[in-house]
Design a protein around this ligand. Structure first.
Ligand SMILES: [Zn+2]
Length: 240
């Protein structure tokens, strides 16, 4: 089938020649797609600003030999403009799309698409604060990729929690028998917050004090970097 249509969220773009761009998109049904948007860098481009990062669009593509070509793009949601106008939201959204890009290297999935679009929508509406939205997104995206952390029972031997030692390499909280000497210990409130962020239990996140959030953010950042490597550049720009 030479022409197909799909809903997409734009992850990133790169220049191609004088006026074109290669657009990397996570799609609802076709996984991750890299496609050419012709003439998109001209001021009179028919695509306007619809193919910028964080934009959600209904796109028509023509199957090319190496790269597909975008022939139409209609905006579905205006999250992108709202996010780009607010610097903290922009840095958080950048970390989200970079994470999505890395997690879908082999193949994209409908779940990853829906999670990312939902997180961008929530971010643009300022529903939960940018930092909490990012931490929740990271935990859930990594879980979908097969790296679900444990914040209750021991991640190594399965012993019933509650425990307090955090071992990122083991996949979460571990019991005292499994913890190496010197393993960092988390406050019970931090472990509760991490569990709430993982399940999307936003009610419980609201009244958490700054130091609890900061400790949780440190755990999420370490956990993310353990699985994705140090290459996640945009996470370093997020002010915490
Ligand atoms: Zn154990």
């Amino acid at each position: 089938m030479p022409v197909y249509r799909d809903d997409v969220v734009v992850l990133r773009t790169q220049k191609l020649g004088e006026a074109d761009r290669i657009v990397t998109m996570l799609t609802r049904q076709h996984g991750k797609v890299r496609a050419v948007a012709k003439g998109v860098r001209r001021t009179a481009s028919k695509f306007g600003a619809r193919l910028e990062p964080f934009m959600v669009a209904d796109v028509q593509l023509w199957e090319g030999r190496s790269l597909d070509v975008i022939t139409q793009a209609e905006s579905i949601a205006s999250y992108g403009a709202l996010i780009t106008a607010d610097y903290p939201s922009y840095t958080v959204a950048s970390a989200m799309v970079e994470t999505a890009d890395k997690l879908t290297e082999a193949e994209g999935s409908l779940q990853q698409y829906l999670l990312l679009v939902g997180a961008l929508r929530s971010l643009s509406r300022r529903e939960h604060g940018a930092g909490l939205t990012l931490d929740s997104y990271l935990l859930r995206a990594l879980s979908m990729a097969g790296w679900a952390p444990s914040f209750q029972d021991c991640a190594r031997c399965g012993a019933r929690g509650a425990h307090s030692a955090m071992v990122v390499q083991a996949g979460g909280i571990v019991c005292d028998d499994c913890a190496a000497p010197g393993s960092p210990r988390l406050d019970p409130a931090t472990i509760t917050l991490l569990g709430s962020l993982l399940t999307g239990d936003w009610e419980h996140t609201k009244s958490t004090p700054p130091q609890t959030r900061a400790q949780a953010t440190g755990v999420v950042a370490a956990y993310t970097q353990w699985h994705l490597g140090r290459g996640l550049r945009s996470l370093e720009h997020v002010s915490r």
